[in-house]
Design a protein around this ligand. Sequence first.
Ligand SMILES: *Cc1c(COP(=O)(O)O)cnc(C)c1O
Length: 565
Amino acid sequence: MSTLKLPVMGFGGPVSSSLHTCWRLYQGSTALELARNAVFILWASKYFARGYRQLWGRGLIGTTSELYDTLARKFFKLFYRIPSIRKKVDLELKKTLQDVEDKMIPKGPDVTYYNKLPADGWSDDAIKAVLIKNNEMKHSDWESGKVSGAIYHGGRDMIQLQTEAYGMYSTGNQLHPDVFPGLRKMEAEVVSMVLDLFNGPEGSVGTTTSGGTESLLMACLAAKMKAYNERGVTEPEIIAPVTIHAGFDKAAYYFNMKLRHVPIDPVTYQVDTHAVKRLVNGNTVLIAGSAPNFPHGIIDNIEELSNIAVKYDIPLHVDACLGSFVVPFLEQLGIDPGTKFDFRVPGVTSISCDTHKYGFAPKGSSVIMYRSASLRKYQYFLATEWSGGIYASPTLAGSRPGALMAGCWASLMKMGKNGYLESCRDLTAAVARIRSAIDSGEIPALHVLGNPVASVVAFSSSQVNIYDISDAMTDLGWHLSALQNPAALHIACTRLTLNAIDTFIADMKSVVTGLLHTKELQELEGIKTKVNAGETSALYGVAGSISTKAIVDELAIGFLDNLYK
Ligand SMILES: *Cc1c(COP(=O)(O)O)cnc(C)c1O
């Protein structure tokens, strides 16, 4: 259409000789102008509002540094595209990824890969032989208790019971409650039992999920859909500390939400609640804190977060995935977590608790709880017009493994409240023992981060490179978690580590003493640079620098690709 080609501003375009056409064009242009201006104003105000919220939430310095970060990343991404540099980087990447692959994927004449179905089925004995062989391909010797977290073992007889439960329900599927009424009953009971532990009030509800991440995804989705349906929010934001579990980043990625990370207090390692308050705006759909968080094992100041949540009427999620069956028992043991964190806190609207962590259920189970059904309904998925029939599903999965639910129910019933109380007593005692070894200088040159009261303790050092400690501990068979921003390590105590605490302290002591000694010698001889950085030290040395973040992404992708080679 010719009218579309008129200039936006003013009436100075090509004017037809005919007055009539002119008039029509004029009218057209005005309408168009108006429309365009309106669109422009809408567009501009949207960006203005975003800019304003950003400035208000982060301040000038915060905004500038975020901008710098983004630009620097973009710059380095471009930089690595320069062919000569790309070549060098690719070579290094290939080498590193090959190393990872060699470690992860065993090769050799004695390893057979079965990449195609056998023509005829195997005998049970042949299958069992391979099952046993594959089970012996253990990399970390977790049974000795030298692995941080990861294996939440409930004991041999617990595993026996779970296996029996699993066998009985291996065809079970909660998608069909009419076919498996017993599973439906057990699932509802598991949710109730966990709600009871977290002081769920009258009307509180929940669902089971496949794990902590799915519970977090559900909490974020429910908050997003609530805000969309009740307030028309289309650019949803979550406010959570930098220490919140990466599952929140995943939720933001999957559900197109913005995760606004909040710094933590440098002394307490709890979320900075002033920063949280400043970030609250009309797009905020959820505030979150941990009880405790994965990196440092610190419980955020949930009661303070609750005050903010109540004041602005925003849902508040407490991530107790890790705290699971430990934190509900602290009070009874006279251990002060510094804050309440369950449904007794008025602003708390949802809590996630992993039955597959300190609940000792088989891997693949967690519970997401809500204060009321009016929030839970927003995580539901309905397809009522589907030609396959009316379809309704409470969580991400369609079919759900009933066997896992049976195993979970059996585990909870076997432990009972007193079983978990004892487990909490042992775990917190182990953490206290490690803390005192560090605080007293029995293990030299370290400090504990914050005031961890549950099952995880994080530590760092201002005298030796903390990642060197990790690498030296790896040589002694340990598998500790490396943390970053700030650089630190943690150990998550489990039932298995309980028996290895004394070894841990002795090994740490000798490792740190050794590193201090080496450092002293190097200083005497004037050696500045380290000769051989270990694996962790090298990786986090790379990850720590902004110029190499793009490369770390590629390493991570390569790592994931390896999983399916
Ligand atoms: C383990 C954990 C989760 C969930 O992790 P999954 O691996 O999905 O079970 C969430 N939050 C915290 C703090 C955790 O430690």
